[in-house]
Design a protein around this ligand. Structure first.
Ligand code: SAM
Length: 290
């Protein structure tokens, strides 16, 4: 790929998805996009870039974004965020929303669904205490292809061996040959929708919990700031925001702050003032479903 074609590709990815491809990733781009060319019957990388440059082909642009995003994920990835969810966030939201009996969770950049299904399994553990509650788990991603996999909920032996406790595997999955399918019950708890984090998400309404993990790492600083600015108003003022282990809001957002009591948890700044505020649930129903 020529220098000029690679520069064009970097700009396209940056504008369409926020992905910041560093100059040393040319080989990676060439190898991933060569596969795309073969699949689509495009002669070579130069022809692909020409089609992108002059074709105004949105479907092809999306396919290039899909090819260049990293979809790495696993069940209960990094453990701590899920322990926080089970031991801190869920009890807190149950207290805050006791009157409305509603709970809304958003996994932004959910990839193939493991993160959303992990949360659904934890909610299922608390099913007795949540009887009669209306619970929404929304999983979104920019990639239509990866969302098809998330919706199908079918995972290989290798994928279920990564992070999923055996009891949960046996309880929530059915084996079909060498693959495992998430139970109907869990699949019914999660809705998957395509969404680009660079765009407005107002139509999704407001959430008690937003997981936005291991996606900001691929963006440059202005894009990280923009994404956090777009996501923060989607959170109820007493809600919880969870980033990936290598990610932080420090220096990127004036509206979100690290929860001093729980590492890895972020709160809207307006609610950091007093920990007891979190249990009042005073605004928890405002703006429901936008
Ligand atoms: C590494 S995965 C993280 C999956 C999961 N959150 C986790 O932590 O395991 C990153 C995901 O972000 C998605 N992504 C990248 N850019 C995006 C954007 N602009 N909007 C929405 N999703 C995006 C990719 O398609 C990919 O599935």
């Amino acid at each position: 790929m020529t220098e000029a074609d690679f520069a064009f590709l970097r700009l396209l990815l940056q504008q369409r998805s926020g992905l910041s491809l560093s100059a040393d990733k040319r080989y990676l781009a060439e190898s991933r996009l060569s596969i795309l060319c073969r699949r689509r019957g495009i002669a070579d990388l130069a022809s692909l870039i020409d089609q992108l440059r002059y074709g105004r082909n949105r479907a092809l642009e999306s396919a290039v974004v899909d090819a260049m995003t990293t979809n790495e994920t696993l069940f209960f990835r990094d453990k701590t965020p899920f322990e926080l969810f089970r031991n801190v966030i869920l009890p807190e939201r149950m207290a805050a929303n006791a009157a409305t009996r509603t709970l809304r969770i958003w996994c932004a950049a959910v990839s193939s669904g493991q993160e959303a299904y992990s949360l659904a399994m934890l909610i299922d553990e608390a099913a007795d205490r949540l009887a009669g509650w209306k619970i929404d788990i929304l999983g979104t991603d920019i990639s239509a292809e990866i969302l098809d996999k998330a919706r199908a909920g079918v995972y290989s032996q290798f994928e279920v061996q990564r992070g999923l406790p055996i009891q949960m595997l046996l309880k929530h999955f059915h084996q079909h040959g060498d693959t495992w399918r998430v139970s109907e019950r869990l699949r019914a708890m999660v809705e998957f929708r395509q969404h680009n984090l660079l765009e407005s998400s107002e139509h999704f309404g407001r959430f008690d919990v937003i997981f936005c993990r291991n996606v900001l790492i691929y963006f440059d600083v202005p894009t990280k700031m923009k994404v956090l600015d777009l996501l923060t108003p989607r959170l109820f003022a007493s809600g919880a925001f969870v980033l990936g282990t290598p990610e932080t809001v420090l220096g990127l957002s004036t509206k979100l702050a690290v929860d001093p009591e729980h590492r890895g948890l972020h709160r809207p700044v307006s609610n950091i003032v007093s920990a007891s505020d979190r249990f009042t649930g005073r605004e928890a129903f405002a703006g429901w479903r936008g």
